[in-house]
Design a protein around this ligand. Structure first.
Ligand SMILES: [Zn+2]
Length: 335
């Protein structure tokens, strides 16, 4: 996955942060490209609509940032879906990015196990996920092949999983930083909590592919005792990933530090170009019609089981919108 819209340079860096944006940048002296994502109202709308336990919300927030960074690099109309399936207290995360700008997300978790993890101070992202896998799916529509990349989750966090994915599947040296936090603001009606999130993705894309070679994660079938050959990392990449390693969480979410300023702060010694920022919005794709179609696809027997107090009520797992139908509405539509 590489950046696509690198053709429109922006001349004036914004002084103040612009929330819900994706900012592509390029450091050509080091063959680096990347993007900085900054989310305010979009991530707050998604996480507030769910009311998940704090560490679950934070983990889902990280997944949202990662998905927006990867999905916004798609070169075509389509969807990018990030999904985890694992044996930890958080069984599943799903984040769905529809190009060019819409994102929605939800989590499935075991409330008792999450509460126990919090009580035992074992609610770090890797501990909540446990063992399993992370799947990234690109869906370009019904007539196109779906592309899926899989990476194992082995008790590590999403940043680690993203690094593994890019090293194994794409062979692009990549570093990702993700940050999510709640901001507390006093107002007339007391303190209001708001979610903020941000992230940076940096990739090394030299013209000669040999420069992008990385050490294998696994020595493979080398004879026992043999020293695994570790190719030296390119100096430009060492410089790039070292700079990203210095980024603090606060720099990724601070509303007073714009993405342009952050890019400049990190890379000004080498010269950094930023491009036009793209917007992101929290928007679900569910509708009364799509829910109705889904209900119609069930056998009558199953629909009968769904009736409670004379109604069928369906709540969207992504956005918590509720759709209410009378059983007759669905049957009538059939005939
Ligand atoms: Zn929805």
């Amino acid at each position: 996955m590489t950046d696509t819209n690198l053709s429109i340079p922006v001349r004036e860096p914004a002084q103040t942060g612009l929330d819900d944006t994706i900012l592509p940048f390029e450091v050509s002296a080091l063959d680096l490209r990347g993007r900085i994502v900054r989310l305010g109202p979009a991530v707050d709308a998604i996480l507030s609509s769910h009311d998940y336990p704090l560490p679950v919300a934070k983990l889902l927030g990280e997944a949202i940032v990662l998905t927006v960074m990867l999905g916004s690099a798609l070169k075509f109309e389509g969807r990018f879906i990030l999904q985890t399936q694992s044996d930890g207290p958080v069984r599943m995360l799903v984040v769905d990015f529809t190009s060019p700008s819409k994102v929605r997300a939800c989590a499935r978790f075991d409330g008792e196990r999450v509460a126990a993890a919090i009580a035992a101070d074992e609610a770090e992202p890797g501990q909540l996920l446990g063992q399993g896998h992370l799947a990234m799916t690109i869906d370009q529509g019904p007539d196109m092949n779906r592309y899926q990349g899989l990476v194992p989750l082995e008790g590590n966090d999403l940043e680690h999983a993203a690094h593994e994915y890019f090293q194994r599947s794409e062979q692009i040296p990549t570093r990702v930083r993700l940050a999510v936090a709640e901001e507390f603001r006093g107002g007339e009606n007391g303190v209001r909590r708001r979610w903020r999130a941000g992230g940076i993705l940096l990739q090394f894309l030299p013209k000669s592919p040999e420069r992008a070679r990385q050490a294998d994660l696994d020595p493979g079938d080398a004879p026992p005792g043999a020293e695994a050959y570790v190719p030296p990392e390119d100096e430009a990449w060492v410089e790039g990933r070292s700079l990203v390693a210095t980024v603090d969480d606060i720099e990724l979410i601070d509303p007073d530090l714009s993405s342009e300023r952050l890019a400049y702060r990190l890379f000004h010694e080498h010269g950094v170009r930023v491009f036009r920022a793209a917007p992101v919005e929290a928007q679900c794709s569910c509708s009364r019609q799509s829910v109705e179609n889904m209900l119609r696809s069930f056998p009558q027997e199953d629909r009968d089981d769904m009736v409670e107090d004379g109604k069928i009520t369906v709540t969207c797992e992504f956005c918590s919108s509720t759709y209410v139908f009378t059983p007759n509405e669905i049957v009538a539509a059939l005939s």
